[in-house]
Design a protein around this ligand. Structure first.
Ligand SMILES: C[S@@+](CC[C@H](N)C(=O)[O-])C[C@H]1O[C@@H](n2cnc3c(N)ncnc32)[C@H](O)[C@@H]1O
Length: 190
């Protein structure tokens, strides 16, 4: 990345990493037309920006972190400050994409800043994934799909089971292994 691009980086924002790249590529490969796409937790705006650049999708993004909203907007991504999917109307999106905070974190080691919101999934790693699965169906169009990045540290089987309880079937559409974890992109369909 060149110095020019780095100037826009906010220190309290998760910057694109292997997980961001895996999710962006998996979503781009599966979007076919001018789908309406929401990226939840956009951070720098990298994933939403890749989708907008590489497909004909109409992309909007959300993040709880105001610094992330500023950086993503600076990168040209239409972004709203929001908790998960709360401000969006029912059945609005053909696809919802999310690289959630997923690291299991001992409550005694929580550190209470915006990077914690980006990384920590609470004690079991699913503190943000579970409410996302509870609410995402509301904003999805009937034939819509969800692309959710999960880690072996989070428990892929547990996420698939929770998704099943919310009416989704799950299939792994991409994965990549690293020394301490395997990242998987799940496609969720109803
Ligand atoms: C692992 S980072 C991913 C950032 C970016 N999408 C990427 O892939 O590079 C998770 C993001 O989710 C955001 N986030 C955490 N909880 C959220 C919530 N309840 N609603 C919206 N965004 C949330 C964080 O602020 C952070 O930007």
């Amino acid at each position: 990345m060149g110095l020019e691009e780095r100037r826009d980086e906010e220190p309290d924002v998760y910057q694109p990493a292997e997980d961001s790249h895996l999710l962006a590529e998996a979503a781009c490969e599966r979007l076919e037309g001018d789908e309406r796409v929401l990226e939840v937790g956009t951070g720098s705006g990298y994933v939403a920006g890749r989708i907008a650049d590489r497909t004909d999708a109409r992309v909007i993004a959300s993040d709880l972190n105001p610094h992330a909203v500023r950086q993503a907007r600076g990168a040209g991504v239409e972004t709203v400050r929001a908790d998960l999917v709360s401000p969006f109307r029912d059945a609005t999106f053909d696809a919802v994409v999310f690289n959630p905070p997923y690291l299991p974190t001992d409550p005694e080691n929580e550190w209470d800043d915006w990077m914690e919101h980006a990384l920590s999934g609470g004690e079991d790693g699913r503190a943000v994934i579970d409410p996302f699965l509870e609410h995402v169906g509301r904003v999805l169009a009937p034939e819509g799909s969800v692309y959710l990045l999960v880690s072996s540290l989070t428990g892929v089987d547990e996420v698939v089971e929770e998704a099943g309880e919310r009416g989704f079937s799950a299939v792994a559409v991409a994965d990549e292994s690293f020394p301490f974890e395997t990242l998987t992109v799940l496609e969720l369909l109803r």
